[in-house]
Ligand binder design. Structure first.
Ligand code: SF4
Length: 348
């Protein structure tokens, strides 16, 4: 079957797609759309992966929902040759780095990440030139080009272990998340560690006052903090600073958060991460009330993966993610060094 045939088959919905400067629109994520997406995915022989921060309709239609590293590993093991990654661009790049022989598609390549964009490969190279003997540790929210200049990647689940594994006499350059860097420096007590001043601007709204106020006004509630997101690394830092009572704070990976949701005795749970995560939590524990610490903590880049964008992706086989083989090989080495050191969790 050719691409033209596919477009003919799906023409009723395809005609509704509107392209604007902020993304694709015009298609409702209803049952008819979901059936069409599943049919097109089968025709294309594609696996659909959705990040936890995707719109509920995108999560519900996907084959797998999870965080970035877990999804990239699923991509590498999937029997299908085509991966559709519903997430932001650096995540789809990571899937391509770990699955260089597969076709990796992202429904809208304009879906970026303010944290990943806070350091470019050129900036990192200049920084390295200033510290030629340093070991570079990069959070996984970075572009493939930055990973290729990195010695060891990390997630916030294993950032402390990664930094602790490095010869204490070697300088460490840590990028791009300053909150995670500050947390690691505090826990390890390491002084010879330079921290890049990057952050996720999307979630700058979650601050200590807001966390403390939410904890005060919901005294019996658990507070779940996901450590892998830009916003949550801020929360992690604030919790460490004592802005929120430590016994109320549970620092959890996504999988741990879902397990804790099923097991919690609390009637209310405050969730400090991107609001998309609430969808999975409510499905896991329908009797618990999950409240966002900041309901404005919605990543607009993640939400660029709309029902229209996914439909267009499957119809047109676009946008394809490319990483040149040399960059991919060097980036893969930095990810593999991280995995060799310890449990990486799932990425953001
Ligand atoms: S929430 Fe922040 S760190 Fe996460 S993808 Fe969006 S911009 Fe990047």
């Amino acid at each position: 079957m050719t691409v033209t045939d596919r477009m003919d088959v799906a023409s009723t919905l395809a005609d509704a797609i509107i392209e604007g400067p902020r993304g694709y629109d015009g298609v409702v994520g209803d049952a008819a759309w979901a059936a069409e997406i599943r049919r097109l995915a089968d025709l294309r022989g594609a696996t659909l992966l959705a990040h936890n921060y995707q719109l509920p309709a995108i999560q519900d239609v996907a084959d797998h929902v999870g965080d970035s590293l877990a999804l990239s590993r699923i991509a590498a093991e999937a029997p299908e040759d085509t991966i559709v990654f519903c997430g932001v661009h650096f995540m789809a790049e990571t899937a391509k780095i770990l699955s260089p022989d597969k076709t990796v598609l992202i429904p809208d390549q304009r879906a970026g990440c303010s944290l990943a964009d806070s350091i470019t490969a050129e900036q990192l190279q200049e920084w390295k030139d200033d510290y030629p003997d340093a070991v570079v540790v990069s959070y996984v929210n970075t572009t493939a080009a930055v990973k290729a200049l990195t010695d060891i990647c990390c997630t916030s689940s294993n950032a402390v272990d990664v930094v602790a594994s490095i010869d204490p006499d070697r300088e460490v350059l840590f990028c791009p998340d300053q909150f995670l860097g500050a947390h690691v420096k505090r826990v390890t007590g390491r002084q010879n560690m330079q921290i890049w001043a990057g952050e996720c601007h999307v979630h700058a709204g979650i601050n200590g006052d807001e966390l403390a106020e939410q904890a005060r006004s919901h005294p019996g509630a658990d507070l779940f903090v996901h450590p892998e997101c830009g916003c949550a690394t801020s929360a992690l830092y604030l919790a460490g600073e004592g802005a929120v009572p430590a016994e109320q704070v549970k620092i959890l990976s996504t999988g741990g958060m879902l397990d804790a949701a099923r097991e919690t005795g609390a009637r209310q749970v405050l969730v400090a991460t991107e609001v998309g995560m609430l969808h999975q939590l409510r499905r896991a524990a329908p009797d618990v009330e999950f409240l966002a610490v900041n309901d404005r903590a919605s990543c607009p880049y993640m939400k660029m993966i709309t029902p229209a964008a996914l439909l267009r992706c499957l119809l047109d086989g676009a946008d394809e993610v490319h990483v040149d083989p040399e960059t991919a090989a060097r980036a893969r080495a930095s990810v593999e060094r991280m995995i060799a050191i310890g449990q990486p969790g799932g990425g953001e």
